[in-house]
Design a protein around this ligand. Structure first.
Ligand code: NAD
Ligand code: G3P
Length: 331
């Protein structure tokens, strides 16, 4: 459900992993679905990438969901609750729901798996998350990458692993839904910070410092909300943080770079049709952090820039001007 970059790229994973399984891609716009169907290409989100011949595309959610054993959700996080509310009557009662999304709901600070469970009433054994260092363009080009399938139910995680394993896409399993999801959310905010540093003209030392301290604050928040410690140096944690913070293909890093060059959030957002989840999620991450008494200075600094209360240069000053402390002061 969602024919943007990642929904489309993930349909390539599913098509390659299980060629005998029928895969249907739902998109909002009939003309885009018709292009996918006839040209085997998504011209708006993955131009030039050949999609599997067996892939069906439709703008009719009832048709997309009819008889589905697995429902993969890949829409912008802030639209999930409304969209899923409309689709829920068509979701088969035993289908596993998989979130590919990396945002928190604005206002509630809910993770996407929590929204899925609230809207559909599905139990934890039917809700999974797939996350990792998976830039959609590289995945669609079938470049080798690893990922994580998180589900409270080990059997469901293993079934999803089998449905997504290809010679170039290697999913690992974990029961840590909370940790995998939070890592995917916070890395987008840290990537905004790395982009701002790049836009300000700073180099690799600055980026590495942000990645490392960003992982430290992600870990603090994650442990406070019940995540498992090994998730943070894993693929969904460090792996995705490195990929997103280093890649010029990351929308969040690119968005941050434009902010670092002095553009406003409205200017940058107006120039792209693609979602940069960190922009909408940074405030919700702070909301969650405050509720759990967790200090997240990089997220605070990014949120100040997104709100228009500080420039990227001033945010740098906020971070570098903090009181001196021990590296593992919070451990
Ligand atoms: N692109 C990636 O590399 C990547 C990788 C991993 C995870 N993700 C996550 O996947 C999710 C989707 O991202 P994406 O990259 O596919 O985004 P995208 O910007 O490429 O596409 C978003 C899609 O959602 C559609 N959309 C917009 N508003 C909608 C609405 N109200 N209802 C339904 N559909 C709507 C758009 O038309 C588009 O098809 C995000 O949470 C993102 O963080 C993306
Ligand atoms: O392009 P971004 O910044 O949304 O990042 C994409 C993926 O989440 C990378 O794993």
């Amino acid at each position: 459900m969602g024919a943007g970059s990642w929904g489309t790229a993930f349909s390539v994973v599913l098509g390659d992993a299980a060629p005998s399984t029928s895969v249907t891609l739902w998109g909002r716009r009939p003309e885009l679905c018709a292009a996918v169907q006839s040209r085997r290409e998504n011209p708006d989100y993955l131009p030039g990438v050949r999609l599997p011949d067996a892939l069906t595309a439709t703008s009719d959610p009832a048709r997309a969901l009819d008889g589905a054993a697995v429902v993969v959700l890949a829409v912008p996080s802030q639209t999930l609750r409304a969209g899923l509310g409309q689709w829920a009557p068509h979701v088969p009662a035993d289908a596993v729901l998989v979130s590919l999304m990396k945002g928190l709901e604005r206002g509630t600070a809910r993770r996407m798996s929590e929204v899925v469970r609230e809207v559909t009433g599905a139990g934890p054994e039917r809700v999974a998350v797939v996350s990792g260092p998976n830039l959609a363009g590289e995945i669609a080009e079938r470049q080798p990458a690893a990922s994580v399938v998180a589900c409270a139910d080990a059997g469901a995680a293993l079934r999803l692993q089998a449905l997504t394993q290809t010679p170039w896409f290697r999913p690992y399993t974990t029961p840590d839904v909370v940790g995998v999801e939070l890592c995917g959310v916070v890395k987008n905010v840290i990537a905004l910070a790395c982009g701002m540093a790049k836009g300000l003209g700073y180099g690799d030392n600055t980026a590495a410092s942000l990645v490392t301290r960003g992982l430290a604050e992600t870990t603090r928040l994650g442990l406070a909300v019940g995540a498992l410690a090994p998730t943070f140096p894993g693929l969904a944690g460090l792996g995705d943080l490195v990929a997103t913070c280093a890649s010029p293909r990351s929308r969040n890093r690119t968005f941050g770079e434009q902010l670092g060059r002095g553009r406003s959030v409205a200017e940058v957002a107006g120039a792209t049709r693609q979602v940069a989840e960190g922009v909408t999620s940074c405030e919700s991450v702070l909301q969650l952090a405050r509720a759990h008494g967790v200090d997240m200075p990089i997220v605070e600094a990014v949120a100040a820039v997104v709100r228009g209360e500080a420039t990227a240069g001033e945010a740098t000053g906020m971070l570098m001007g903090r009181a001196a402390t021990a590296e593992h002061a919070h451990d």
